[in-house]
Design a protein around this ligand. Sequence first.
Ligand code: PMP
Length: 402
Amino acid sequence: MTLPQIFASRASRMTASEIRELLKLLDRPGLISFAGGIPDPALFPAQQFAAAFARGLAPDQQAQSLQYSVSEGYLPLREWIVGEMAKIGVPCSVDNILITSGSQQALDYLGKLFLSPGDTALVGWPTYLGALAAFNAYEPRYDQLSVTGNRTATSYATGAEAAGGQVKLAYLSADFANPTGETLDQQGRDALLDLAEELGCAVVEDAAYQSLRYDGEAVPPILATEIARKGSIEHCRTIFCGSFSKTLSPGLRLGWVVAAKPVISQLVLMKQAADLHTATLNQMAVHDVASRIFDSHVETLRGAYQHRRDVMLEALQIHMPESVTWTRPEGGMFIWLTLPAGINGAELLERSLDSVGVAFVPGVAFFADKSGGNTIRLSFSCSNEAQINQGIRLLGQVMRGA
Ligand code: PMP
């Protein structure tokens, strides 16, 4: 027996996608990349972090900042988050908050907490690739989350039972979703809560991009809607996952979960078993920077990203063939293109990389059922105006030659 032959069955669900392999080619010089869904490093509050880390490492702080700390997370940071959550309609206490090592860790823990092999997770077609990767380890079945009323709770439950489990969670990125850029409206959020209530399942609200709204009216978080219905977070089935990755820094790996206390208590046990706690010094530095400049910094980000989004939308209007359609996101980092049925996004990427050096992510990567071959995701977060205009013009050329 070789070691791969004795890997647990869950390992077989953890596979590197072909697309990730293709995207490894992205460090070619001169390439214009709309692929990475990452923040622009030029916009990191680097000086503020340098000062915050220096303060955190000052002699009177070292005994705390370099030491182990509690699994729940650094208390002043949780208190700061309580204040932020209150501003978006989520009254809660520090006992409703767990600090995680990025929201990706929260997705892993929530998969671990709810999904037994064969249970069903409802996800969008498409959905965030990293959520599928996190849940896959727990060997779920996926079903397509639809909030437009074309699927009844009974049809979901019957499918789940036939597969030997039950619907345990519905996952979605509700604001400026990765990959589509779309936001679920209030009616959709209400319908989702009704469905979850009927199914008795958890709602995992991934709010990674929530602060990055550029225009339009803010829609209250799903958790806020549920609290308004039920009077208290303690009666809620929605679990809110926040992140500092898109606002302050992804490299520091700082996210948080907001949920009813019994959910948080169980997640705390999981965190204890997995990595004890998120890096103390990073939590102190993020608290330091967030409490000084969060609002003004997010304002700066909004200005910069809004401009790039506008440039990309205008360039698409000019350069795309008529048969291509796309979303018009009110925030976030992504625009989602639907190509004519015959055009395959992965093939288009290969051609585009070879002939004009423009990268993007083929949409198929985001579908649990491997459909969506004729879709692609473009990110505008890391490109300047000239790169966006040139890249979209070249992409239009490749499409016309397709
Ligand atoms: N959710 C979504 C929708 C994302 O796009 C990302 C990052 N790409 C994450 C979660 C994970 O973010 P992090 O772990 O850095 O907080």
